[in-house]
Design a protein around this ligand. Structure first.
Ligand code: PLP
Length: 439
């Protein structure tokens, strides 16, 4: 009997033994193709010798030193590297251990920024339905995943949730993608006006929505309009790139492709590539300077922030993504994957939509393709696909949709950036086995 408090108390997973490239192996020797990088984490695959060497070297030098006393070479170097690649205006990096810590820090920084600026009435966060920003109380309050929030309602912050930008479900038949992008973004302005602009501190959104929606990219012009609205009302724009950042969509920062200038960015997952737990919150020079000129102290922190070994892993991972030219490969393999899925499932009666950017791909499953009717809540297909694909030797990330009961189940695919064309074919074959068994 295991004494590990696993999340699923009724499922007993196999013991993982090793990993190499795009594959994981359990103790019985069974091989699994990592079609989702776990949860969009393992961007370089498993057993990367360069990253392992960097981690080992850092352990030999100094594994940990508290940031209350020291900074470290890997933290300084990784911050320099990230800032040199980040969108214009982003100037500081605050290292944490994962995605929830990054978004939680972003929310608290937004609040402290306005306190320091003498605008203490600004405390409201606006977020979107069908989103996920993490599982700590602040991050969970921001998220719009009803299933994850359900039993914690009384503990959550009062956050506004506007409709997401979700072309497949919410664009009207007679609307162009551009007109829809504008309409979806204007929901932010309506909410700001409804609650009072002087009370709003920030809007948080995933550039490409991950876990709760299955790789949903924004409509054209959506984020441009969001930025205009934020500027008009003095509201900070927080982009949560925890899942879609660090090359996952073909550019180091996902928001580069939407030409949007955020005030704060959250990253994690692919930053450490799974070799160490690592996340970061990046903020603009303007926000940093407000704290510097004010109290001089960000009232937030964790013991393991700026962990040298984690930062050494991050430095090696981001270095490898760039030095090995993996971003164009993400683009190419992503196109191949989406084209292959389209060819295999384009006419499938239960597949409503195939979408995504780079190697961040979602397949939405519906009861009825014509009406887009989702599977009934008691008959969700996502868990069945997870079991069937895992049996077939594929790891993918299925989730049930929740947006007011309107969204279907989906499978999220986010394989390592080193995936080969043959492995893309294997992924599609094994996914087909899972979908066939589940439908
Ligand atoms: N933000 C987004 C967009 C995510 O997808 C996730 C995790 O899936 C998180 C935040 C939370 O990250 P973590 O699980 O590392 O706390």
């Amino acid at each position: 009997m295991s004494h590990v408090f696993a999340r699923h108390t009724k499922i007993h997973p196999p013991v993982v033994a090793s990993g190499k490239g795009c594959y994981l192996f359990d103790q019985s020797g069974k091989q699994y193709l990592d079609g989702s990088g776990g949860a969009a984490v393992s961007c370089l695959g498993h057993g990367d010798t360069d990253v392992i060497a960097a981690v080992k070297a850092q352990l030999d030098a100094i594994a940990f030193a508290h940031t209350g006393f020291f900074t470290s070479e890997p933290a300084e170097a990784l911050a320099d590297l990230l800032i040199s690649r980040a969108p214009e205006g982003i100037d500081r990096v605050y290292f944490v251990s994962g995605g929830s810590e990054a978004t939680e820090a972003a929310i608290k920084l937004a609040r402290q920024y306005f306190v320091e600026k003498g605008e203490p009435k600004r405390s409201r966060l606006i977020a979107r339905k069908q989103s996920y920003h993490g599982n700590t109380i602040g991050a969970l309050s921001a998220g719009g995943n009803e299933w994850r929030r359900a039993q914690f309602g009384p503990l959550l912050l009062d956050v506004s949730h506007i409709d997401p930008c979700y072309d497949y479900r919410l664009r009207q038949a007679d609307e162009t993608p551009e007109a829809y992008g504008l309409r979806a973004a204007n929901a932010l302005e309506a909410e700001i006006l409804r609650v009072g602009p002087e009370t709003v501190m920030a809007f948080i959104a995933e550039p490409v929505v991950g876990a709760t929606s299955g790789a949903v990219p924004p409509a054209p012009g959506y984020f441009k309009r969001i930025r205009e609205i934020c500027d008009r009302y003095g509201v900070l724009l927080i982009l949560d790139e925890v899942m879609c950042g660090m090359g996952r969509t073909g550019t180091l920062f996902a928001s580069e492709q939407d030409d949007v200038r955020p005030d704060i960015i959250a990253i994690a997952k692919g930053l450490g590539g799974g070799y160490q737990p690592l996340g970061a919150m990046l903020c603009s020079g303007e926000i940093y300077r407000a704290i510097e000129a004010g109290s001089g102290f960000f009232q937030h922190g964790h013991t393991y922030m700026g962990h040298p070994t984690a930062c050494a892993a991050g430095l090696a991972v981001v270095g490898a993504i760039e030095e090995r030219g993996l971003l164009p490969k993400v683009e190419d393999m992503g196109l191949l994957l989406r084209a292959g899925l389209q060819e295999r499932f384009g006419e499938h009666p239960h597949i409503g939509d195939i979408r995504g950017r780079g190697l961040f791909v979602g397949v939405e499953l519906v009861q009825d393709r014509e009406t887009k009717q989702p599977f009934a809540p008691g008959d969700r297909i996502a868990p069945k696909i997870k079991t069937a694909t895992f049996d077939a030797g594929l790891i993918c990330y299925p989730m049930s949709g929740t947006i007011d009961g309107r969204s279907g189940d989906h499978v999220l695919l986010a394989p390592p950036y080193i995936i080969t064309p043959d492995q893309v074919g294997e992924l599609i074959d094994k996914l087909a086995i899972g979908i066939h068994a589940a439908t």
